[in-house]
Design a protein around this ligand. Structure first.
Ligand SMILES: Cc1cc2nc3c(=O)[nH]c(=O)nc-3n(C[C@H](O)[C@H](O)[C@H](O)COP(=O)(O)OP(=O)(O)OC[C@H]3O[C@@H](n4cnc5c(N)ncnc54)[C@H](O)[C@@H]3O)c2cc1C
Ligand SMILES: NC(=O)c1ccc[n+]([C@@H]2O[C@H](COP(=O)([O-])OP(=O)(O)OC[C@H]3O[C@@H](n4cnc5c(N)ncnc54)[C@H](O)[C@@H]3O)[C@@H](O)[C@H]2O)c1
Ligand code: SF4
Ligand code: FES
Length: 812
């Protein structure tokens, strides 16, 4: 199967994030080539400000190192610029005389810093602040020279100025207006900011328009339109950026301010897409990573054929990365006739909060001095919350700080706006992975990995999750009222204290009810079997009637038997045996199940062992929490649409995983094409054949709570399906609560988290190793009974009938 060729032009933050998203969905779909004009692998441009300020180093801001490209089979050409696109032939040409064909092309060319077109702008000592090279140039200049001027009092200019101060230079900030950061702040906040920065040592030349950069070969000063001059050894231009669109324009792709894209990041040219600062969506060109990452996700889903969310635009928020200055701005901040504002101005403590309301809805906010309510306000602005909700913000904020803020925050509130990560996702990462550092959380969830502005909040949530017992108790679900311990805690205790029996667990862990109950006993039995697969013997008293009898008990006290038919395939020999059994034991009803099996209903308990013996087929586990069925479509063997052998794969899956115990029943299916005749979209693990391999959907459910499966990944070969399926099952076995179906488990832990675990090859290998141990210790339970006369008499003989009416009605 030929992979499609995907070419990315622009090795920056937006483009590479989009590639990461594509790899998450489908590692095998594309042969990927990336071109980047800069000589570096993808790095965190945002943190250049922090490099200049001396808080981190260039080595530490790499996001994807050289190995990452290799490991993901990405061909990377750095220091190489794409100079032409032939959109008819679908070929890109570079400045190194290379030409590469594409099936899909992503343009992520970012922005170019705007350089004021004034005389002298090309002199030595005049620089932009956009990339590593600019940053290094400024650091070198600071070693030799003293006086710096930054033109532009926006976010970039102020962060640059702070960096240059830290490097020991005297810094003038030259701004065209009388208010700094006029694109984000109202005049009051702007004034407060100016005063604070002056205290830090910055000098401001406001309402100054640059006319000329003066000097010889090297800059010596700046002359303004009002005739005044300032001496300087370095000029940093931070007067905004322009989308880098020349390549697209020259290639006939529709360009306005940016490259024009629709809600799927498609340009007007077939198979050409754009993301990031070069793209213009619904008339807006964004200059912050949060929207660019959202765009990347939407494009990845589109390009991989997943019916995901389209991109509909973003309300952005900004924070200035200058230590000691807390500024936050989001949405609309300029008053007009239709707006009203809610303001708090505490001049003593230097705190200012202004929230703008329009039509009784919260539409924007500016915070200075205390920005702790920023995430909450951004969430309110995004959903256009009613103005009344503001009371809650201010009442609670006056009492809250640090850990209290973390505790009071709703679970679904976004904490990291750059990466769209909620408090819930962070808490989950801490609970499920036992994380103790912000770095671990950043690696797993990406929270705090971009601008770093949310780091203190992430740290507070981490602290809160680890230390605050109150929330742990409130949020944790105990197994049942016999214990105060959660499922996870019990599993941990069993492992740590090496507990081996149900009674022992209850005794050692201080069960309130020493006999346990019908909820906790089966759970403990499952956990012990999962943790000690080689030595644990099932506690029969903890099993349901159907599990104990190895057949499903029916309303009238008879049983149903479903023999295993791998992949839903049978033959004349098996059918003859089934027919003989039906006649011999006068089985009143034979029914085909939704999982493509034959159900024999109305069998008397004492006939069960003889029925199994005569059938001579493996148990179909219709009574158990285990793999039930793998449903298959006819696939390429007979269907004219089938590109793959779904039957062969279905049978292989069922044979491999047929007897393992799972937290709840598991249903699988394999369809050989997207027509999906085996209903793979509503299975715990549903597999769909596509042109270049197999798509794996997880967490689907066609029962009480109908739930569509979500795409976990796409793989190329049957071997990879088996490996991914095994790792998925084992991770579900190890981390789901007993009785939790995969749909609920994924909802709880998050698909992203499951992907993080399963996409790591080492993780998959260790999960598979543990699963193999469980598989090798499993035996067919019907055969076990047939080989044990005592059990046959004890359990299936007439003498000691263990059943009561109550048992029938409570058995599931
Ligand atoms: C100092 C600084 C601080 C910032 N701070 C923040 C912040 O705190 N928060 C925030 O959200 N954002 C911040 N930003 C903005 C953020 O960095 C950008 O929004 C983001 O990097 C844009 O990503 P991009 O991939 O669209 O473009 P870029 O990161 O600019 O990447 C585009 C890449 O494409 C390459 N390229 C262009 N044309 C070609 C071609 N023809 N062939 C090959 N390669 C090509 C370029 O060389 C570049 O490497 C900051 C930016 C700077 C400079
Ligand atoms: N903390 C952050 O979020 C952060 C930090 C740095 C950069 N960035 C992003 O990087 C990009 C570039 O930042 P920026 O600050 O250069 O862009 P900007 O457009 O936000 O600000 C440019 C500033 O320069 C001023 N200006 C324009 N012409 C001028 C002139 N002739 N003389 C003096 N001042 C003049 C403008 O009034 C404006 O305030 C933006 O997209 C920004 O969002 C973000
Ligand atoms: S899913 Fe596709 S291959 Fe399978 S039976 Fe249906 S149409 Fe045929
Ligand atoms: S808010 Fe920027 S990294 Fe979290």
């Amino acid at each position: 199967m030929n992979k499609q060729k995907l070419v990315l032009v622009g090795n920056g933050m937006a483009g590479v994030r989009c590639i990461e998203e594509i790899l998450k969905i489908d590692r095998e779909r594309f042969e990927i080539t990336v071109f980047g004009s800069e000589p570096h692998p993808n790095y965190n441009r945002i943190l250049l400000s922090k490099v200049l300020q001396g808080d981190t180093t260039i080595e530490d801001i790499t996001i994807n190192d050289w190995n990452w490209y290799q490991e993901n089979n990405i061909q990377l050409f750095t220091g190489e610029t794409v100079i032409r696109i032939d959109t008819e032939q679908q070929v890109v040409y570079t400045d190194q005389n290379r030409q590469v064909e594409y099936d899909r092309l992503i343009l992520a060319t970012g922005s170019l810093p705007f350089i004021l077109p004034v005389p002298g702008a090309d002199k030595e000592g005049v620089t932009a602040f956009r990339d590593i090279k600019d940053c290094e140039r400024m650091i070198e200049t600071a070693n030799q020279y003293k006086k710096a001027s930054v033109i532009g009092g926006g976010l970039l200019g102020l962060e640059a100025a702070r960096g240059l101060l830290n490097l020991g230079m005297e810094v003038n900030v030259i701004h065209i207006f009388d208010c700094l950061m006029e694109r984000q702040l109202d005049p009051t906040a702007s004034q407060m900011l100016r005063r604070e920065l002056e205290k830090q040592g910055m000098n401001f030349l406001l309402e100054k328009q640059t006319e000329e950069i003066i000097g010889g070969e090297r800059v010596e000063g700046i002359r303004f339109k009002d005739g005044t001059e300032v001496a300087t050894d370095l000029v940093v231009m931070a007067v905004g950026v322009r989308p880098n669109v020349q390549l697209a324009k020259d290639s006939g792709i529709s360009v306005n301010r940016g490259i024009v894209v629709n809600d799927y990041m498609e340009t007007n040219t077939p198979n050409v897409y754009a993301v990031g600062e070069c793209a213009e969506h619904r008339g807006i060109v964004y200059g912050l990573v949060a929207p660019l990452y959202e765009q990347g996700k939407a494009l990845a889903e589109k390009i991989c054929g997943v019916h995901g969310k389209s991109y509909e635009g973003t309300v952005v928020s900004t924070q200035l990365k200058v230590s000691g200055v807390d500024v936050f701005s989001a949405g609309q901040f300029v008053d007009n006739e239709e707006t009203k504002s809610f303001k708090v101005h505490d001049e003593i403590n230097g705190i200012y909060k202004k929230i703008l309301v329009c039509d009784n809805k919260i539409v924007g906010a500016v915070l200075f001095g205390d920005i702790s309510e920023g995430p909450k306000l951004l969430e309110m602005i995004n959903r256009q919350a009613a103005a009344d909700e503001l009371n809650q913000v201010f009442q609670s904020s006056s009492e809250e700080s640090g850990d209290n803020i973390a505790a009071a925050m709703p679970i679904n509130q976004i904490v990291c706006s750059c990466n769209n990560v909620t408090k819930g996702a962070i808490m989950q990462a801490v609970y499920s992975q036992g994380f103790t550092t912000v770095q671990q959380i950043a690696k797993c969830t990406k929270a705090s990995s971009s601008c770093g502005g949310c780091k203190p909040l992430v740290a507070a949530i981490l602290e809160h999750a680890r230390e605050n017992d109150v929330e742990l108790t409130v949020e944790k679900e105990t197994i049942c009222s016999c214990t105060t311990l959660s499922h996870d805690e019990v599993v941990q205790e069993i492992q740590e204290k090496r507990l081996t029996h149900v009674k022992e667990v209850m005794f050692v862990l201080g069960w309130k009810n020493e006999e346990g109950c019908s909820t906790c006993r089966p759970a403990l039995n499952y956990y012990l079997g999962m943790i000690h697969p080689t030595e644990y013997e099932e506690d029969q008293d903890s099993l349901s009637v159907s599990e104990r009898m190895l057949a499903n008990i029916q309303a009238d006290g008879t049983y149903s038997v479903v023999p295993r038919m791998y992949g839903g395939v049978t033959n004349a020999e098996e059918l003859r045996r089934i027919a003989n059994v039906v006649e011999k034991y006068e089985i009143p009803l034979v029914k085909l199940t939704g999982g493509q099996r034959i159900d024999l209903l109305g069998i008397k308990k004492e006939d069960l062992p003889n029925v199994w013996a005569d059938l001579d087929m493996p148990s179909g586990y219709s009574y158990g929490k285990s793999l039930r069925t793998v449903k298959t479509c006819v696939g390429s063997r007979y269907c004219r649409f089938g590109t793959q052998d779904s039957i062969e794969l279905g049978i292989a899956l069922e044979k491999k995983f047929e007897r393992i115990q799972t937290p709840n029943k598991v249903k699988m299916s394999v369809s050989a094409c997207p027509r999906n005749c085996a209903e793979s979209g509503i299975k715990d693990l549903g597999i769909v054949g596509v042109e270049h391999g197999w798509e794996l959907y997880v967490g689907g459910n066609g029962g009480t709570h109908v739930q569509a499966g979500q795409l976990l990944c796409t793989v190329a070969t049957e071997e990879e399906v088996m490996e991914m399926a095994g790792a998925f099952l084992q991770y579900y076995r190890e981390t789901a609560n007993y009785s939790e179906r995969t749909s609920k488990w994924i909802e709880r832990v998050g698909l992203e988290h499951v992907r993080e675990v399963l996409f790591d090859k080492e993780n998959r290998e260790v999960l598979m190793e543990r699963l193999e141990i469980a598989i090798s210790n499993s035996k067919d339970p019907w055969k076990e009974v047939l080989g044990n006369k005592e059990i046959q008499e004890e359990v299936y003989g007439n003498k000691n009938d263990p059943l009561t009416k109550e048992a029938i009605s409570t058995s599931k």
